[in-house]
Design a protein around this ligand. Structure first.
Ligand SMILES: [Zn+2]
Length: 324
């Protein structure tokens, strides 16, 4: 960013300070014994004041209370919060703010701090409502993850009577991932540096497979005893338990068994749009690979494809499948 662009960006993000992050939220359920018990089981918290009626009644609490650390759980919306509206105008302020960061290359996000204060015990039947405000956005900081800004939100939790029951400060770092810093600085020095894909894991049982791919061949492992083909590579035949094997070379003719388009997070070294598919090969085994050479919307289950081994970056040979 030029200094002028940076100023525009800073003005844009600072305009969010003091705004409500989203309308006040309440979870689908009031404070209840079932969720308390589930929490205690998962956390391994055996304090009987959370689950044992008789014990809680005889204690100073007088009845079952919720573990204080559950505070935020009572206000979370559950799965629906993962499917925000596609309509930008309907996005809440938090998503709008994150979008401004994303649009300027700050695509990384990392939760860094969370502190909570509890003002009273919550008991079954209580209702908890969260009111969250974007409290501050830091100046640019250099961190190990990359350069970025800390966004701090403050959430005030109130009960059914509007009384404050707790408070939470939550801080995230929105940053430009280091990999792109590296590319950026390499460009500045006039040396092109292109990030490569994540290296293939090459262990005792599968290194041979990747070594064939490096030579342009996609092998399919074959049991020497019963001739059954298998993929991914492994040491023993699932049919006859023989550990003797060889391989055949796949013709790379097949069809799309299933596929997904990867949107987020975007990894350096990969070309987008990125289609990841399970291909049923003519030989009978399946392979996970990319579909290239067509638009994502043209990919269909059952589509005939033909693969070839290609060099996809400086270091990586991979089978890639094209519409046949
Ligand atoms: Zn076998």
């Amino acid at each position: 960013m030029t200094p002028e662009e940076k100023k525009v960006f800073m003005d844009k993000i600072h305009a969010f300070v003091g705004m409500e992050m989203a309308p006040p939220t309440k979870g689908p359920d009031d404070v209840n014994k079932a969720m308390i018990r589930h929490w205690c089981e998962v956390m391994g918290d055996a304090n009987p004041v959370y689950t044992d009626e008789a014990f809680a009644k005889a204690s100073s609490k007088g009845s079952i209370i919720a573990p204080p650390a559950m505070l935020q759980a009572w206000s979370l919306e559950g799965y629906p919060m993962h499917s925000p509206s596609k309509d930008e105008a309907l996005l809440d302020n938090q998503r709008k703010l994150h979008k401004v960061f994303d649009d300027h290359g700050y695509t990384g996000v990392l939760g860094t701090n969370c502190t909570q204060e509890y003002f009273r015990d919550l008991k079954p039947g209580d209702q908890v409502i969260a009111h969250t405000v974007i409290d501050s956005i830091s100046e640019e900081k250099a961190t190990q993850r990359g350069i970025g800004h800390f966004i701090e939100t403050v959430t005030r939790f109130t009960d059914q009577n509007g009384e404050k029951v707790g408070e939470m400060r939550f801080r995230v770092l929105k940053f430009i991932p280091n990999e792109s810093n590296k590319v950026e600085s390499a460009k500045d020095e006039g040396k092109p540096e292109v990030p490569t894909r994540i290296a293939s894991p090459r262990g005792h049982d599968n290194a041979w497979w990747w070594q064939q791919v490096d030579k342009g061949v996609v092998p399919i492992q074959r049991c020497k005893n019963c001739q059954t083909l298998r993929h991914p590579p492994r040491s023993m035949c699932g049919e006859c338990q023989s550990i003797e094997w060889d391989f055949i070379e796949s013709k790379l003719e097949g069809e799309v068994f299933s596929f997904v388009e990867l949107h987020y997070p975007k990894f350096p070294g990969y070309q987008y749009p990125l289609i990841c598919a399970v291909i049923s090969l003519g030989e009978g085994t399946r392979i996970v690979s990319n579909i290239v050479g067509c638009k994502p919307e043209d990919v269909k289950i059952g589509m005939k494809v033909k693969g070839k081994v290609e060099q996809v970056d400086e270091k990586t040979m991979l089978p890639q499948f094209y519409p046949a």
